[in-house]
Structure formats: structure tokens, C-alpha cells
Ligand binder design. Structure first.
Ligand SMILES: C[S@@+](CC[C@H](N)C(=O)[O-])C[C@H]1O[C@@H](n2cnc3c(N)ncnc32)[C@H](O)[C@@H]1O
Length: 300
């Protein structure tokens, strides 16, 4: 018997402009909860010629960040002693996809991961760029503890772990060439991973998160050096927390633009005229997410 579509599901599909087979695919993935797909990113502990000690897929994935591997289905990378030895970090492949815009960002002098725990994006940064001055910030004390542990386990000596709120960073007067805002969100893609997330489709949850995301970004722009970048990402589908948040910032900050990411052209969002990208379960690379790269003009 076919399951009835809930109000939240209908509203989400309508906001995304999804109809017919595309809408059915997304809803089926959210109900089945089988869309997670694991990836591993090698840490600085792993030498340049290190190969993961388990079977990996060799499909060509142009946007896959450097030093990232896709284990074959059924492989459990956390079960191998190399994991405990900090040779690699495990995460969902959608997180790797969300970091693909860094492919067009020059190596930063100073970078800040504003919402860093448990550390996935910081690991992906470390794998992409030469060691540089990077701050991994997390406001939640217990999550900060996990972040610290992961940073130590994977041997990132050039990374400093902090716990300031975004508005405190904004007032600090410190400027960075690159900020990562992997924002707290309603986490609708957790459903597609099989993780319960009650209320994630409700208007109040989505609007509350959108408000918080705008606040975090308004602080982040104050910490960005002229010519610098903010990579915004979420693991939720709703445009209110994605394209609309980007449009809000671009409208208020005329010296900022959204940047094209050629590697992600096939994932471009049709909901806005500027470059923004969405991954859905139907793409086959995990539960999905959103990313958009913002650039502060150099002369501003
Ligand atoms: C999506 S998670 C970050 C995942 C992380 N970037 C990674 O790749 O492993 C969002 C983080 O933002 C933190 N957070 C929650 N509220 C926040 C706020 N108001 N400002 C900054 N960070 C916040 C949460 O504690 C959470 O750790």
C-alpha cells in the first residue's frame, strides 16, 4: 500500500520545484534511510604513497577532493587498526562533495572553520592545502572535545581548536582568507541516512535554522579579509536554509558574489540565478547537501 505524503514532505517538494519521478525519488530515499555512503580522507600521518588497507571503488568522480577514497560497499574502515592510528578520517561522501568548491579557492594564509565539530571539513582542508594557519572553532563544549580528539588523532599540528561564538569572532577584529560555515541546520538528509530526526520538515524548525544561519553568516562576513571566501554548506534540502540564506547575504552585501565551481556544474541549483549547488540522494553520493562559495571582492 502506498504511504500518504505528509504536509512537510509536500511542502519540501514544492519548495524544491520537484514533481513526478524526482519528488518520488527524494521521498523514497528519505523513507528508506539507506542513502549514506562512506568516504575516507587521508590525514597528514599517511605518507604520500599510502593506500587505504581495504578495497575501494575506482569510479571516476571528478569533484572528489584530493586524498579521499570511497570504500567498497560492506567495508568498515573504522574496524581497521590504521583508523585508530589516525591514518584517515571517516565521513559521508556528501561532506566531501560539499568541500568541492575549495577547488577554485587559492591556498589561504589564514582560515577559520566556524562550525567545526566533529572535524570533517577541517580534515578535508588539511588534505587539500599545505599546512597553514587554520583555526577549528566549535561553540558546543562537548562537541569541541570530540573535535580536539579527532584533530590530535589525525595529527594536525598546525590546527588550533577554539570555542568562540560567531559574534565574538566578528568583534575580535581578526580577518581570514577563507571561512568554512558548515552551518547547524534542520538536517533533513539525516532521514535519507536512516537517522531519526523528528520535526526536521516543520516550518518552525526550518525557519528557526534559517534565522540562525543568517546570523552566523553576518558574523562570518565581518571576519573575511578583502578578496577572501566563505564556503557555506548544509546537510539539509530546504531552500529556506540554503538558496534563500545565500540570496539574503548577497542582497545585503553588495561587495560579495557567489562563485562558479566548474567541477559541480552538473549539480547547479535551478532555484536561483547565481551559482549554488545541491546534491540529492538520486545522484548516488550519499544523503545529499547544499554548498555555495561566496567571495568578497578584493577592492571592498
Ligand atoms: C553541521 S555541524 C558541523 C560539522 C563539521 N563541519 C564537520 O564537517 O564535521 C554544525 C556545528 O555547528 C555548531 N553550532 C550550533 N549552533 C551554532 C552557532 N549558533 N554558531 C556556530 N556554530 C554552531 C554545532 O554544535 C555543530 O557542531
Amino acid at each position: 500500500m502506498q504511504q500518504e505524503i505528509t504536509t512537510g514532505e509536500r511542502r519540501l517538494c514544492s519548495r524544491l520545484g520537484l514533481e513526478g519521478a524526482s519528488a518520488e525519488h527524494l521521498l523514497a530515499a528519505m523513507r528508506a534511510g539507506e542513502s549514506s555512503r562512506s568516504a575516507v580522507v587521508l590525514s597528514p600521518r599517511a605518507a604520500a604513497d599510502y593506500e587505504p588497507p581495504f578495497a575501494c571503488c575506482h569510479e571516476p568522480v571528478p569533484w572528489l577532493p584530493p586524498r579521499v577514497y570511497l570504500p567498497k560497499p560492506g567495508v568498515k574502515p573504522t574496524a581497521h587498526p590504521d583508523y585508530a592510528a589516525g591514518m584517515y578520517y571517516c565521513l559521508d561522501v556528501s561532506s566531501c562533495w560539499e568541500s568541492a568548491p575549495l577547488s577554485v579557492v587559492p591556498a589561504p594564509g589564514r582560515s577559520l572553520d566556524l562550525c567545526a565539530a566533529p572535524g570533517g571539513k577541517t580534515m578535508l582542508m588539511a588534505a587539500r592545502y599545505l599546512p597553514h594557519n587554520h583555526t577549528a572553532n566549535e561553540v558546543n563544549p562537548s562537541r569541541r572535545g570530540i573535535l580536539k580528539q579527532n584533530v590530535e588523532q589525525c595529527g594536525l599540528p598546525h590546527v588550533t581548536v577554539c570555542g568562540l561564538r560567531p559574534d565574538q569572532w566578528a568583534r575580535s577584529g581578526e580577518l581570514f582568507d577563507l571561512l568554512l560555515v558548515d552551518a547547524p541546520c534542520s538536517g533533513q538528509s539525516l532521514l535519507a541516512k536512516g537517522i531519526r530526526n523528528p520535526g526536521c520538515l516543520s516550518t518552525s524548525m526550518v525557519n528557526g535554522n534559517a534565522k540562525r544561519q543568517k546570523g552566523i553568516l553576518l558574523s562570518a562576513v565581518q571576519c573575511t579579509a578583502p578578496g577572501g571566501y566563505i564556503l557555506y554548506s548544509t546537510c539539509t534540502y530546504d531552500p529556506e536554509e540554503n538558496e534563500k540564506v545565500m540570496a539574503y547575504i548577497l542582497k545585503r552585501k553588495p561587495d560579495w558574489e557567489a562563485v562558479e565551481v566548474p567541477l559541480l556544474e552538473g549539480y547547479r541549483s535551478h532555484l536561483v540565478p547565481f551559482p549554488a549547488y545541491r546534491l540529492l540522494p538520486e545522484h548516488g553520493y550519499g544523503a545529499g547537501g547544499f554548498c555555495c562559495l561566496l567571495h568578497r571582492m578584493p577592492q571592498s
